[in-house]
Design a protein around this ligand. Structure first.
Ligand code: HEC
Length: 161
């Protein structure tokens, strides 16, 4: 993104065949753009994890209520956040371990598609254990995730209507 913006600016400069005296003007624009990009808000790994935590809890209640549309939505939200992590958190070495969650996500997605509550419960247990496996592997084992006892919010309906 950052590189493509700079690339477009450089291209438009050559395209316009501006005199080389405008080099400094262009350089100033590139520099200020670079500063803006560097200062742009980027979500951190902990923020992605906190987001995943809520979807993980909602997923449980959606699945237990056999609300498969909602369960499908929640697993999609988890997947989206997981996809964004390597993009936004490339400075975190822990991201190398993210692949271990792919198979459990794939399995629970199938349980949801098959509307199989027993398989869902089993796959959710494996998914949760894998969250903790990654936390242990990345020295964050103190972030211990479990199957929730109560819904994470009281202002949302989990039963299918
Ligand atoms: C890359 C492997 C990895 C996987 C897979 C993973 N986590 Fe994490 N998780 C981390 C790391 C690293 C941290 C510490 C982040 C930080 O430094 O802020 C973390 C932190 C957390 C936190 C604490 C966030 C906070 O700021 O309070 C929660 C909650 C969490 N993870 C939930 C989950 C859940 C739920 C799953 C599974 C659906 C999961 N994580 C899967 C690596 C992982």
């Amino acid at each position: 993104m950052k590189n493509s913006i700079i690339f477009i600016i450089v291209l438009s400069f050559f395209g316009c065949k501006q005199p080389s005296s405008s080099n400094t003007v262009l350089q100033k624009q590139v520099d200020s753009l670079q500063i803006a990009v560097n200062n742009a808000y980027k979500p951190g790994l902990g923020e992605f994890m906190s987001e995943i935590q809520v979807h993980h809890a909602k997923l449980w209640f959606a699945g237990k209520e056999e609300n498969w549309d909602l369960a499908n939505f929640e697993i999609g939200e988890i997947q989206e956040a997981l996809n964004d992590i390597p993009k936004y958190c490339s400075d975190r070495p822990e991201v190398k371990s993210i692949g271990m969650i792919s198979a459990p996500i794939y399995n629970i997605t199938n349980a949801i598609k098959e509307k199989d509550e027993k398989k869902f419960v089993n796959d959710f247990t494996v998914l949760t254990a894998t969250c903790n496996d990654c936390h242990k592997e990345t020295n964050h084992g103190f972030n211990l995730i479990k199957i929730p006892d109560v819904p994470p919010v009281t202002n949302q309906v989990f039963k299918p209507q």
